[in-house]
Design a protein around this ligand. Structure first.
Ligand code: TRP
Length: 333
């Protein structure tokens, strides 16, 4: 890694297929950060098993996500791209950090409270200590900045507390990270429930990166618009949330402003607008889907990429872990 650049770390779970919300909200930004920063990006399969996964599906999704990240423009030459379980230092540092993370702190995590309500039959210790594994991810690479959505800010705050606690006892071992909330991160809402974020739990309103053009067009044509009487393309999130969702997507894809979009569709109604947004998304995703498909046909090439990524990651992570083991008093091997 170049020494004059700040370090960025972020992770993404292989618990489902990539969708337009992931791409416009996070990944496109990950790609843009690669020139200015030393970026380390990780497919966090260890986090994924805090809720029950089907093993074959997890394996497939991990490889697909890895290929899709490359297809989206994460460049394994510029950045370090790897799979979490391939670098044992993550689990090893997480154990140490568990001993410097308080039960009370973890109990206050809103994601833990939400997920334990949702998966009441499987409130396992991993779900509880999920944030100290995430802290280990970040701290192993001495990350300065952590691009995350709103929902993960609390976990980055906790990471900062752990860094402060550890450094307070042992001296400057870890870099203090900051959450990095992108200036123009698009928040993509569900096409048929415009008050919820686009997610796989609302399948009809979710456009996947790997959806065929026909499938994408179908989803956009069936997108919810509003039952207001004016039926014109005007941005009004409070009163016309369905149309606002489509305008936001069209703006994120084309780079046009709300005013430009309203002008473009003046007098045209929803019937023209919905397919236009669909077509813009089809063209945005087409090259990504094609490249991911091409990569997934060459498993040996992908294996080469993720092995090389894990090797680069491990050499940095190992250096941090050795320092930590020394500080806490483990006898050197
Ligand atoms: N918890 C994050 C999420 O669900 C994923 C993640 C794991 C992560 N480790 C990370 C994000 C480290 C940023 C940094 O979205």
């Amino acid at each position: 890694m170049e020494t004059n650049k700040k370090v960025i770390f972020s992770g993404i779970q292989p618990s489902g297929a990539l969708h337009l919300g992931n791409y416009l909200g996070a990944l496109r930004n990950w790609v843009a950060l690669q020139d200015e920063y030393n970026c380390v990006y990780c497919v966090v399969d260890e986090h994924a098993i805090t809720v029950r996964q089907d093993p074959a599906a997890l394996r497939r999704q991990t490889l697909e996500l890895f290929a899709q990240l490359v297809a989206c423009g994460i460049d394994p030459e510029k950045s370090i791209l790897f799979i979490q379980s391939h670098v044992p230092a993550h689990a090893e540092l997480a154990w140490v950090l568990n001993c410097y993370t308080m039960f009370g702190e973890l109990s206050r995590m809103t994601q833990f409270k939400d997920k334990s309500a949702k998966h009441a039959d499987n409130v396992n210790a991993g779900l509880f200590t999920y944030p100290s594994l995430m802290a280990a991810d970040i701290m192993l690479y001495q990350a300065d900045l952590v691009p995350v959505g709103e929902d993960q800010k609390q976990h980055v705050e906790l990471t900062r507390n752990i860094v402060q606690r550890f450094n307070g006892i042992y001296g400057d071992v870890f870099t203090m990270p900051d959450a990095y909330i992108p200036k123009v991160g698009a928040r993509v809402m569900s096409l048929n429930q415009p008050d919820s974020k686009m997610s796989k739990s609302i399948p009809e309103g979710c456009v996947y990166l790997m959806d065929s053009p026909d499938e994408i067009m179908r989803k956009f044509k069936r997108a919810i618009t509003d039952s207001d009487t004016e039926r014109c393309v005007r941005y009004d999130r409070a009163n016309k949330p369905g149309v606002a969702t489509l305008i936001d997507i069209y703006a994120a894809v084309t780079g046009k402003s709300y005013e430009q979009i309203e002008e473009e569709f003046a007098g045209k109604g929803y019937g023209a607008f919905k397919p236009a947004v669909g077509e813009a998304v089809v063209e945005l995703l087409r090259p990504l889907r094609e490249e991911a498909t091409r990569l997934l046909a060459d498993k040996a090439y992908l294996e080469g990429l993720y092995r090389a990524g894990a090797e680069k990651a491990a050499s940095i992570a190992q250096r941090t872990l050795r320092k930590v083991h020394k500080k806490v008093g483990f006898l050197p091997r």
